[in-house]
Every structure is written in structure tokens, then in C-alpha cells.
Design a protein. Sequence first.
Length: 249
Amino acid sequence: MKTIKTFLIVTTLWVFSTPLRAGGSFFDDFDEFDPARWFISDGWSNGDWMNCTWSRDAVEVRNGILHLHLQQADNGLECAEIQSHVQFGFGTYEVRQRTGQGSGVNAAFFTYIGPVHGRAHHEIDIEILLRSPTEVVFNTWRAGIPEQDGIATVTAAAEDEFHHYAFHWAADGITWFVDGVAVHHAVPPLPEVGQKIYASLWSSATFTDWMGPFDANQLPHVLEIDWIGFTALNAPCQFAQSILCGWAE
């Protein structure tokens, strides 16, 4: 299996300066890394609240699984993130993944658009704080304001087995799912603009009230992603694993 490093040829400047296109339904099972669909964040941190730097060296595809690592390197702590090249709108967003366990670490699957793209901050989150991997946190941001948060519990800890996480986003509401069961719902006001898809594993030494104190002795960590899929609003079920094959709005 080839590693992602073989394929990564785009630059950060190209990604952030090119107008975002609208994406359609897709299913990616990570038999290999698709550089036409995904960009790897590399060479920066999102802010002082992160104690790691995004690195392409922390991302790999192996045995049909995308691995996002949080690891110690010679130049400091490396964390991992992929993001779609294009933006997506109303529809159903899904991921099957398994996390590790460790205080001060966040495993996230989310959509985002913001100032780096010349837009206001809009976001829809599924986050697992590895200090308590039996809980899943949901949240939205609309024009830079956080709202509509919630928490659900999974039947088996997120580090013990793969779980299927999803959210269905429409103008009249967002419904989040864990293993095919609806666990949280939000009503307007909600994000209303297209966003990019992200998956990331990162850490913080300052968000202790939220994520717990960071413990470097627990390194390394890994987020394993089996597949990611998106189905546009009102489109039929696109892949067998989708909640749309057995759920009606």
C-alpha cells in the first residue's frame, strides 16, 4: 500500500487561494488516498491553544484504513488533519472510525468554512474527547456564534471498536446519529452555507477544563477511519453502510 506522501503534490497556498467548488455525493473507503478529494493540512497550527503542528508525516493509509496520528517528532508534537478540496451543502455526512484514549486530545469529524476562506465561521461538529471516549459531543457555529450543542453516550467506548457517526443537515434542522440511532437534534438558527469536510486528531495543553490536562506520556495516539461518505439532500442511499438505507426523515 502506497503512503499518502507519494501522492501529496498540492500546496497550502493553492488550497486557500482557489475558490471553493460545490461537491456531490461520494463514498471513500480509503483503499488508497485520493489527493483529488482530500488535502492534508501541513506546517501550521490553528492557534496558540493547540500544542501540536499539522503534519503530513502524521497521516497515512494502511490496509484500507486512514490513520491520523498524534505523535512526538524531532521538531515537536505532530497532529493530523485531512480536509476536502470542495465544499458541501445540505445532506448526510457519515464516518466510521475508532479513536484512542488520552486526556487533552480531540478526535473530530466536522464541516467548516471560515475567515481563511474569506467567509464567516460556520461549522457542524462531531467530536470525541479522548479523556472520555464513551461520549460524543455535537455542536454548531453560525456566523461565528456557537450554539445547539449536545452530548450522547456510545454503548462501547470509542477506542474499543469502530462506530458509525453521522449527521443529516437540512434547512429546518440537523439530526446527529451514532450507530444508526438518532441521538441529538438542532433547529434553526443553523449554519446555512456550504462547508468543507474535515477529519482531525489534535491536542491542547490549555483547554484543560474541556479536554482535560494533556499527558505526553500517553503518546502516541491514532484515529482510525474506515470510510467517509456524503449524500446530497434528497438523493437516494448511495452506499450500503449509509443510515439513509434504513432511515427516513
